[in-house]
Design a protein around this ligand. Structure first.
Ligand SMILES: [Zn+2]
Ligand SMILES: [Zn+2]
Length: 261
């Protein structure tokens, strides 16, 4: 079985088509999907999804791209994270691509999330774009190593991947790895230790080849796995088993939910 470690099933493009998507997941042997939170006002939609569907799990956090949105406190994140199916804090991180300085609010928000993750012991889901140096620096300053987590939709260099792995983080590859010109990412896909690899769709965005430009959904995560298998010269089964095992090793609360089913 495959697991999509990062998707946004609660977004309107996907939720309006949920029955078909869940059926496609079944067809493609995508057994679980982690529905990642991007802001607090929409978080109840994630809770509604994970409470309705046994194979969906969620996170709590506020995405760095949301500027005008209620700011979460450490206490609030810790409290919401007590939900039995909320298995991670995030997505959080830094994004200097879409927004420009002053971004102290973004860095502060990132620190709040790391503190909540360290306090709860839950892993972090980190988003970093055009901001790798500051992201790694803040992770070090806040001791993100203690909770660990995942660098989601990874698009940085192998050096940045190594720095994250050294801090107890996993590297999650999205459909971008299937793009022909993603040479830097192909190198990461070949070099990342198998026991540190996760796969994701980040749907509804970033549909992998051969669906590039179309609407993405968790059932398409198998195409990410296929490309990684190809790049590493191993079987699809090997990537399937390793990425699924890694998922449950990292998101330990998800393991408990899975066992109780
Ligand atoms: Zn993201
Ligand atoms: Zn996301």
């Amino acid at each position: 079985m495959f697991v999509d470690s990062h998707c946004h099933l609660d977004f309107p493009e996907l939720i309006s088509n949920l029955d078909t998507i869940l059926e496609n997941m079944k067809q493609n042997n995508v057994a679980h999907a982690l529905c990642v939170s991007v802001n607090m006002p929409d978080w109840p939609n994630i809770v509604a999804l994970i409470e309705k569907y046994p194979h969906l799990i969620g996170s709590v956090g506020v995405h760095p791209d949301y500027e005008e949105t209620p700011e979460p406190s450490v206490e609030m994140l810790c409290e919401y994270a007590q939900h039995p199916k909320i298995v991670a804090i995030g997505e959080t991180g830094l994004d200097y691509y879409r927004l420009s300085e002053p971004l102290d609010w973004q860095r502060n928000r990132f620190r709040v999330h790391i503190r909540a993750a360290v306090e709860t012991g839950l892993p972090l889901i980190i988003h970093t774009r055009s901001s790798a140096e500051d992201t790694i620096k803040i992770m070090q300053e806040e001791r993100a190593r203690q909770c660990g987590g995942v660098m989601h939709c990874f698009t940085e260099t192998w050096e940045v991947a190594q720095a994250a792995i050294e801090q107890n983080f996993y590297i999650s590859l999205s459909g971008i790895v299937t793009f022909k010109n993603a040479h830097q990412l192909h190198e990461v896909a070949q070099k990342v230790p198998l026991e540190r690899l996760l796969i994701e769709t980040d749907s509804p965005y970033l549909a992998p080849v051969p669906f590039r430009g179309k609407l993405n959904d968790p059932s398409k995560v198998i195409h990410v796995a296929e490309k990684i298998a190809d790049l590493r010269g191993v079987t699809l089964k090997e990537i399937e088993e390793a990425s699924t095992e890694n998922f449950f090793n990292l998101f330990k609360k998800a393991k408990a939910v899975n066992k109780s089913q």
